[in-house]
Design a binder for this molecule. Structure first.
Ligand code: AKB
Length: 320
C-alpha cells in the first residue's frame, strides 16, 4: 500500500496528478500538500489536504509522520520566466524545498520524485535530438535549480539509498489549472484566447521550436517512472521525455483547422525568447522508452481537439 504526499497539489501538474494518484492508490492514501492556497472542489473533497510548504521542513515532516508517507512528489517550483525576476526565491523554493524533501526522505524512508525540465539544458547543449547525457550549463536561475536538483537527487540515491527518480518535463499543456510564469505557457494561453476572442499575441517568435506534452501523458510519465522496476533503471535523475515538438506557427495552424478565423500576431518578449532559444528544439527520449517503457499517447492533432472541446465547455458554463 502506498501513502503519497503531493507537495504543490494545487499547481498546474499537482492538481491533476493528485486526483489520478487517488484513483490508482485510494483517495485516503494521497495527501494534497499546499502552501498558501487551500485546495477546493474535488481536490479538497476527495481526500486529505494538509499545509506542507516545501521550504518548511517541520511542516513536511509532520505530514510525512502523520500519514506514514512513503512517496513524495515534490512539485514546488518557481517557473523559468518568474525565476529570472525572482532568482533568490527560485533557489529557495527549488533547492531549499528539495533539500528538505531529501533529508526527510532519508530519515523516514520515502521515495522522492522532483521533476526536472527542458530548462536544465543550455549553454552548449545540442539543441536537436538533445541526448539524455549531454552538456548542461543553463544560464537561467530556473535551469540552475533544475540541474542542481538532478545532481542532488542522484547524490541522495547513491550516498543514502533514497529512491529518487524524475523526468525532464517539456512544456506541459492542460485545460484544468493554468501554469504561471513559464516560458512555454504560451502553448496553453493560445487555446484559451482562440476560444475566447479568436486571436492571440504570441510572446515567442515564429520558428521557436520546443518540446511539449499534454497533461495526461505528463501524469502517466510521473507515475510510471515511480512504478518502474528499479533493476531496469540505468538513469535516475532525470529522464528526457517528450511527446511533440512545434513552433508557434504550427500550433496556430492546427487551431485554425478548427477555428478558421483564428489570427495570431507576435510581440516577442526578449526574456522569454532568450530562455526558449537556449532550450532544446526536440529531445531524444529513447532512454526513457528503453528503461521504463515511456510511450506518449497524445500528439498535437489529438491534443488540439481535446483542448478546444474542454475550453469551449468552460466558456459555455461561464467559467472563463
Ligand atoms: C517553463 O516554461 O518554465 C516550464 C518548463 C518547461 O519547465 N513550463
Amino acid at each position: 500500500m502506498k501513502n503519497i504526499l503531493v507537495i504543490g497539489a494545487v499547481g498546474q501538474i499537482g492538481s491533476e496528478l493528485t486526483l489520478e494518484l487517488r484513483k490508482r492508490y485510494g483517495s485516503g492514501n494521497v495527501v494534497a500538500g499546499y502552501r498558501a492556497t487551500k485546495p477546493t472542489g474535488e481536490l479538497l473533497d476527495s481526500g486529505p489536504a494538509e499545509v506542507a510548504d516545501a521550504t518548511n521542513a517541520q511542516q513536511v515532516a509532520d505530514v510525512v509522520k502523520k500519514y506514514k508517507i512513503d512517496t513524495i512528489y515534490n512539485l514546488a517550483a518557481i517557473l523559468s520566466a518568474v525565476g529570472e525576476a525572482k532568482p533568490l526565491m527560485a533557489w529557495q523554493v527549488g533547492i531549499g524545498g528539495l533539500m528538505n524533501c531529501l533529508e526527510i526522505a532519508r530519515e523516514f524512508g520515502c521515495a522522492v520524485s522532483t521533476p526536472s525540465s527542458i530548462g536544465a539544458f543550455g549553454g552548449g547543449t545540442p539543441l536537436d535530438n538533445t541526448p539524455q547525457d549531454t552538456i548542461q550549463r543553463p544560464q537561467t536561475m530556473y535551469g540552475i535549480t533544475k540541474v542542481t536538483g538532478e545532481l542532488l537527487s542522484d547524490y541522495y540515491f547513491k550516498k543514502f539509498g533514497v529512491d529518487t527518480r524524475s523526468v525532464r518535463y517539456p512544456g506541459i499543456i492542460s485545460n484544468v489549472t493554468l501554469p504561471g510564469g513559464g516560458t512555454t505557457d504560451y502553448a496553453v494561453e493560445i487555446y484559451y484566447e482562440a476560444v475566447k476572442s479568436g486571436k492571440y499575441t504570441c510572446p515567442l517568435g515564429a520558428g521557436t521550436f520546443l518540446d511539449m506534452m499534454y497533461m495526461p501523458d505528463a501524469i502517466e510519465a510521473a507515475i510510471d517512472l515511480m512504478e518502474a522496476d528499479p533493476a531496469k533503471l540505468k538513469h535516475r535523475n532525470s529522464f528526457n521525455v517528450s511527446a511533440m515538438s512545434f513552433d508557434p506557427e504550427i500550433i496556430a495552424a492546427e487551431i485554425k483547422k478548427h477555428i478558421p478565423g483564428f489570427v495570431m500576431d507576435y510581440q516577442v518578449e526578449p526574456i522569454k525568447q532568450a530562455i526558449a532559444n537556449s532550450w532544446p528544439n526536440n529531445m531524444d527520449d529513447s532512454c526513457a522508452r528503453a528503461e521504463w517503457g515511456w510511450n506518449p499517447k497524445w500528439n498535437l492533432e489529438k491534443m488540439t481537439v481535446d483542448m478546444l472541446r474542454a475550453i469551449r465547455e468552460k466558456k459555455d458554463k461561464g467559467l472563463i
